[in-house]
Design a protein around this ligand. Structure first.
Ligand code: 13P
Ligand code: SF4
Length: 298
């Protein structure tokens, strides 16, 4: 299967990008695994003609927004993000009409239509810096309420919070964390900003998925409780075979992130299927918001 994929990649001049939550086999065959920010930066820079995305729809859309001249394939067309679907362009327009004029920060976990109505995008890796980069003190942030609360506190800004959430991160409770801590008292607890405020208050480290990977790599500590989607445990254990990683809760399993198989990757490369193309009238304003974020990242 791996050889077949390598051959198809050459024929198509394709690159395979995978999110850190993808199944192990997919992470192993990808050219780059990363968090949402790293994947966006790479999608903008690659010289490949075809990008095969192993992740969920908003990630492939972001690649299409950044690289309209490339063919972007979502290896599994039905892989979506329930949180991204919690804000629609219509609902956001209605909210903007109710509020005084203010910038809109869209978490990249949102549709292209929502990005097109926003001032700037952010990811979990740069949400605080994005809020700080805006001169306004009052900001509307969509769709993740937990990321918004956390970033508002970090940046010291007044944020109007949209009530969206990731079902898997929001489902992690303080009781889950305390149980995991009791079982592994020596471990450091790392949490993703999509977790609830009371869970983040318990965390030793709050970071994006790649931020957690970096911390695990560089820290002297040998055991970690991981408060994010369980897919992250695979690259963590692979990179740090001498360290121990425990899920904060086995319930943190994103079914959309786990849909993609090697067969899906082969099929999309063979048939050039699952193309994601953002129409120009949406792409151009969405590009402004994504580009503004990337410029900030340097
Ligand atoms: P990051 O990898 O950017 O932290 O994103 C987490 C996530 O939920 C992506 O769906
Ligand atoms: Fe969306 Fe949560 Fe799955 Fe990430 S883990 S894709 S935020 S549902």
């Amino acid at each position: 299967m791996k050889e077949k994929i390598e051959k198809l990649k050459k024929e198509r001049n394709a690159i395979i990008l995978a999110h850190n939550y993808q199944p192990p086999k997919i992470q192993d065959l990808a050219d780059l695994c990363g968090d949402s920010l790293e994947l966006s930066i790479r999608a903008a820079k690659t010289g490949a003609e075809v990008i095969v995305f192993c992740g969920v729809r908003f990630m492939a859309e972001t690649a299409s927004i950044l690289s309209p001249e490339k063919t972007v394939l979502l290896a599994r067309g039905d892989a979506g993000c329930p949180m991204a679907d919690m804000v629609t362009a219509e609902a956001l327009s209605a909210k903007k009409a109710q509020l005084p004029p203010m910038p809109v920060v869209a978490y990249v976990n949102s549709t292209a239509e929502v990005k097109a109505l926003s001032t700037i995008c952010c990811t979990s890796a740069n949400a605080v810096a994005v809020l700080q980069s805006l001169e306004e003190e009052e900001i509307l942030m969509v769709p993740d309420r937990n990321l918004a609360h956390w970033a508002a506190a970090g940046a010291g800004k007044k944020v109007h919070v949209w009530q969206g959430f990731c079902p898997y991160h929001d489902g992690l409770t303080v009781d889950d964390v305390r149980r995991a801590r009791a079982a592994h008292p020596e471990a450091v607890f790392m949490a993703h900003p999509e977790c609830r405020p009371e869970v983040l208050a318990e965390a030793d480290v709050v970071a994006s998925t790649s931020g957690m990977l970096r911390h695990a790599r560089t820290s002297d500590v040998e055991a970690f409780i991981i408060g994010t989607e369980v897919g992250l445990l695979y690259p963590m254990a692979k990179e740090n075979p001498e360290k121990r990683f425990y899920p904060a809760s086995e319930k943190m399993f994103c079914t959309d992130m786990k849909k993609i198989t090697e067969e899906d990757v082969v099929r999309s490369l063979e048939q050039m299927s699952g193309e994601v193309k953002v129409p120009e009238e949406i792409r151009v304003p969405a590009y402004r918001a994504v580009k503004r974020m990337l410029d900030l990242a340097g």
